[in-house]
Design a protein around this ligand. Structure first.
Ligand code: FAD
Length: 261
């Protein structure tokens, strides 16, 4: 059960951040779906819901998604459906039920860097930065590489607009379980590809060597699939073995290429 001694309905990002850094046991509340599964006693729970951070805006060069935006908003938003073949909407549309997706937030998901996340590999395969109260703006890829969890607040994510198209592949044992493996392929208007692999089960990573081969040869070959399965670090967990993940990543890439080419 989620427990806390004090509650702060923040009236500004500054006050939320100042409260957060006062005590190691202070926390930011997202939709609390994940927090409620734990059993930790927190000091002050900081609520961002009065800070107008639930938005999806299209500007000239970027899409801006606020931290308190729900997965349901990602799923149904017409702006997101009209960019990148709608992969941002598609990657969340099957996560549990509508009630759940109405509750969980983008900020909590990206900030927590969950390995099993369906959203993070999609954002990684696009040009995404995270805007942090405390830490400024950094590339999502660099943020994910950090091993420590910062004492910051994720304010929004920014995605560079482009004509990229993409495909999201996921394999799950049952529809409502976490993914066994996620793979995202994007292709921009200059035929440059990006490949992100998540639920390895570790945090999502870019398959840089495979991307280099694909971008230089523009050919689908066995070398491509072998390179992917060798370069990504897979591990075993209760959902699948390392060997199984290594085997299916090739099929997933093949399927994604068929959709994107
Ligand atoms: C039963 C269950 C099944 C799930 N299945 C899937 C799945 O199949 N696929 C998938 O992709 N995801 C899945 N998720 C994860 C889910 O999509 C969310 O990523 C997760 O619940 C966190 O979102 P939340 O809003 O509930 O966060 P919370 O529980 O509110 O917070 C989680 C953490 O993030 C911190 N936090 C919250 N907001 C911010 C912020 N703005 N800045 C900094 N820190 C912040 C909190 O302090 C806390 O440490 C599942 C979660 C649950 C509980």
């Amino acid at each position: 059960m989620l427990q806390f001694s004090n509650y702060l309905l923040a009236d500004s990002l500054d006050s939320a951040y100042n409260e957060l850094v006062k005590n190691k046991k202070n926390i930011i509340l997202g939709g609390t779906s994940y927090l409620r599964m734990g059993d930790t006693q927190f000091n002050t729970a900081i609520d961002l819901s009065n800070l107008s951070l639930s938005y999806i805006n299209e500007a000239r060069d970027f899409l801006h998604i606020g931290a308190m935006t729900s997965f349901r908003d990602l799923e149904v938003n017409p702006i997101l459906k009209s960019h990148f073949s709608g992969i941002i909407s598609k990657c969340v549309e099957n996560i549990l039920g509508v009630q759940f997706r109405n509750n969980v937030t983008v900020g909590a998901t990206v900030f927590s860097k969950y390995g099993f996340s369906d959203l993070i590999p999609v954002l990684l395969a696009l040009e995404t930065t995270v805007v942090l109260q405390g830490g400024g703006e950094i590339e999502l890829e660099d943020f994910l590489k950090e091993d420590t969890i910062r004492r910051d607040i994720l304010v929004e994510i920014k995605i560079k607009k482009s004509n990229s198209i993409g495909n999201f592949q996921t394999i799950r044992r049952t529809k409502s379980d976490y993914a066994v493996l996620n793979l995202v392929l994007t292709k921009n208007s200059e035929n440059k590809f990006k490949i992100a692999v998540g639920a390895r089960p570790g945090k999502a990573v870019l398959a840089k060597k495979t991307m280099d081969i694909l971008n230089s040869t523009q050919e689908i070959s066995d070398t491509l699939f072998e390179t992917l399965s060798n370069e990504i670090v897979f591990e075993s967990n209760m959902r699948a073995s390392e060997e199984y993940r290594r085997a299916i990543c090739k099929v997933m890439l093949k399927r994604a290429l068929q959709e994107v080419l």
